[in-house]
Design a protein. Structure first.
Lengths: 188, 128
């Protein structure tokens, strides 16, 4: 019975060894690949988070500093009083109606401040204004947020330099980002 | 006879397909890394350009510098050999056109990237 002899024989030692070795090396390669994919995507997400939030914060500050008419030394919001310092910025912005026209003698007030790693914007709009009163979380990866003014007297301030450093961690890597921009008050 | 048969077409196709998928995934991962780096550099470059234009607008018409390169503390955050260019040209008797461009090349990218912004600055009016 030559046929059954062929079909019934098992694997030789060499064949088994080769299959086992191939299987093990494939598993190792796959593990490395998956590990690397995972590491790369974590790294990239952290990079996007740090870089993206630095830009978002900069845009958001710019969008209110440009129309602002003055930097206030202090302003009492409904929740608390905020003071302009190197880490907080209180702005007085002429209110605008739905078509974007300035409403005379009415103002919206905004403060940008950082608290540990989070940066917030608190906006208190006049009832006539089309801006919406809210506290908004702008970034949660803040390392430092520094405002520099062109004058120590806040009534004279028309230029603000904003310096943002963000920091995120991707496993053992520290990803940091830095933005520095100068804004001039257009309605000063 | 049975031992000397080769691979069937189906087997070869399946193997090629699996290998192609794995290679594509690898390539996509590498490529997305380059895209993320470029987008980060782009955002830094935009910051530099906006900052430069803002300070030129603030300085006013009379103190516009001549064309050339300019310095910014963020340039070091871009890949090495990033260049900044400022072009000031006369648009008409009382207006100058100011263009700022930043050119850099990220590692892994085949071409240079550019961010450029342009504005007009007039003799009268301007920022406080």
């Amino acid at each position: 019975m030559p046929i059954s002899k062929i079909t019934l024989r098992g694997f030789t030692m060499i064949e088994t060894l080769i299959v086992a070795a191939l299987g093990v090396s494939m598993l190792i390669i796959l593990t490395i690949l998956i590990f690397n994919f995972n590491k790369t995507s974590t790294y990239q997400q952290a990079l996007i988070a740090s870089s993206g939030s630095a830009s978002t914060l900069m845009r958001s500050i710019g969008s209110l500093v440009l129309p602002a008419s003055a930097v206030l030394q202090a302003h009492t919001f409904s929740s608390a009083t905020y003071t302009s310092t190197s880490t907080a910025l209180v702005l007085e912005i002429p209110s605008i109606d739905n078509s974007g026209n300035v409403i005379a003698n009415t103002y919206d007030y905004a403060v940008f401040y950082a608290s540990s790693t989070k940066a917030y914007r608190l906006l208190e709009a006049n009832v006539l204004s089309s801006r919406v009163s809210e506290t908004k979380l702008l970034s949660s990866t803040i390392n430092t947020l520094i405002f520099t003014y062109n004058n120590t007297d806040f009534t004279q301030v028309h230029t603000i330099t904003v310096d943002v450093r963000t920091q995120t961690y991707a496993k053992e890597d520290v990803l940091s980002d830095h933005r520095r921009e100068q804004f001039r008050l257009r309605n000063f | 006879m049975k031992n000397s048969r080769g691979f069937s077409l189906i087997e070869v196709i399946v193997v090629i397909f699996i290998m192609a998928v794995m290679l594509m995934m690898l390539q996509a991962a590498i490529h997305s890394g380059v895209l993320v780096r470029i987008s980060k550099s782009q955002s830094i470059a935009l910051s530099i350009a906006r900052n430069k234009l803002e300070s030129l607008r603030g300085g006013g018409y009379a103190s516009l510098p001549s064309s050339g390169t300019f310095a910014d503390s963020l340039v070091s955050a871009l890949p090495a050999a990033a260049t900044t260019t400022l072009t000031v040209s006369t648009y008409n008797a009382k207006t100058k056109q100011v263009s700022v461009s930043i050119i850099w090349r990220d590692s892994g990218s085949t071409a240079s990237s550019t961010v450029s912004l342009s504005t007009y600055i007039t003799e009268t009016g301007g920022l406080p």
